[in-house]
Design a protein around this ligand. Sequence first.
Ligand SMILES: NC(=O)c1ccc[n+]([C@@H]2O[C@H](COP(=O)([O-])OP(=O)(O)OC[C@H]3O[C@@H](n4cnc5c(N)ncnc54)[C@H](O)[C@@H]3O)[C@@H](O)[C@H]2O)c1
Length: 327
Amino acid sequence: MAKSILVAGGAGYIGSHVCKALASGGYNPVVLDNFSTGYREFVQWGNLVEGSVDDRDIVAATLKKYDICAVIDLSGSIEVSESITDPLKYYENNFARKIPFLKILKDHGIKAFVFSSTAAAYGEPDSVPIQETQKTQPKNPYGWSKLFFEQMLKDFHAAGGPAWAALRYFNACGASPDKEIGEAHDPETHLIPIACMASLGSGKPLKVFGTDYPTPDGTAIRDYVHVMDLAEAHVLAVNKLLEKPEPFVCNLGNGKGISIRDIIASFERLGFKLPYELHSRREGDPARLIADNSRAKEILGWTPQYSDIDTIILSAYNWHKMRHNQQ
Ligand SMILES: NC(=O)c1ccc[n+]([C@@H]2O[C@H](COP(=O)([O-])OP(=O)(O)OC[C@H]3O[C@@H](n4cnc5c(N)ncnc54)[C@H](O)[C@@H]3O)[C@@H](O)[C@H]2O)c1
């Protein structure tokens, strides 16, 4: 029988792709989600339990019922700008609610915990590509809430809690190429879905913030990693922790810098018209964020397969087009 993995936040964008990858990797995903931002139609693999990570009775009953052997936690609140105006929401949902969760997991003998952390843990990097050994100095409550949770995992493991992996994602993007699931946040603040919607006629041109950065074309550079590649890394991280319960932190990025003008050029190359307008820089946006992904490659044996920019945009565009046509 397939081993069951609890996927908290499995009805969300990245979580649903993780469930799909777990199912193809021979596991049974069990989604635990409170549907605060997730979608029922994204839960297509394994089992569903509706609830929050701090619903003690629900979590305890789920661990027992499905004989859960490992946990992947993608639950949380994700909007950087909202974390500045409502920091307590972030410290509550991304940190405090997980204290009872971790206690129950330990009580049930869970030995492996994979956590979705973020490149926001680094803040403004000293240099790129960013290695995991760089200083962590988040610039917003979202980043701090994630970093504090990493620290809690570390301290709890030293006191008998589960072995853990903190996966620091860079810019997650793209969609399942078969169009089963894709990226939908409300409000949508992520560049590629906004660009896809602009291209499909949302009437809101893509806003390019900053054209005078010290980068070759003046626009900000980020590391875009396809959600299918991210999802695969979670399966590898579970395998790794179950095989050897030693904690680790690793970056999940493609290791390549892509500017906003590169993204616009990719839309044009693919034959999709993209209306855009130029604006001045937003405060706090670094010029360049690029992952050094060598640790993930070494520890997990992970190689991104889908993360070239045209593949990302084509998959995202096709999914948004299908959704757009259904509305
Ligand atoms: N999207 C990115 O580019 C990115 C980058 C870095 C890190 N991350 C992290 O990855 C994770 C997933 O991001 P996403 O883009 O899929 O977001 P998402 O909002 O689509 O998914 C989050 C899911 O968690 C659920 N959830 C929230 N609070 C919960 C709770 N208390 N109990 C149970 N379920 C709860 C939501 O309903 C949703 O289904 C987040 O933790 C986010 O911080 C995302």
